[in-house]
Design a protein. Sequence first.
Length: 241
Amino acid sequence: MLEEYGLRIIFCLFAILLGLILGNGSVFFFNKIPGKWLVDYGEEPDEELKHPTYQRVKSTPWKYVFSGFFIVSGIYMVVNEPYYLVPTMAVFWLMLEMSISDIKYRIIPDQLVMLLVVCGIGFMGKTNGGVLWALYGALAGFGILSIIALIGKLIFRKDIIGGGDIKILGALGLSVGLEGIILIMILTVFISSIHFLILLMLRKISMKESKPMVPYIFLSTVVYMVWANSLIFREGFIIRL
């Protein structure tokens, strides 16, 4: 019993240290991303993106906000899913970086999407499905959203879902599997719809405007991976300590 508590304390201290590194690192890294990552193919970054000392994300208060988020999430993972602490925090960190990029520049760097694909390796042993579990999730994330995007373009004669959003859900499916990516998509639609309705009622946005989708995917991923994954699906899909 004492050994178990001691191990938990060590894991919690590690989670706190990891949270501080990721929280501060998220601001530092985004400010140092090559400008070409944040523009469309064939375009050249403007002087702001090229400037080596320009703060795209201010250190204060965001490094404290992000560090707090990663520390709280990390400690929760230690209590519930310690084996998946590192890959889960890696997914959150990449999703946060892509959310900031989507909000500020409406761009999702392919380099970050590829790193998200790599994160899927850390979850391969999550169920008896192994590699198939991951592939089903990737196919569902990429395929379902591609079909929705195609139908939307045929009906509205314009893109209603960005290609970056499709690539993110495909890459994310490798980490959360078929059940997870479906729930994340449902949560994304629900959360984004509620937020959009609130903004409409407050007259902060019009029906013709659109909002970046990645932040909603990020929030839905957090809800699934630190709450729903642990409490709802723990018996069927999680290898517990």
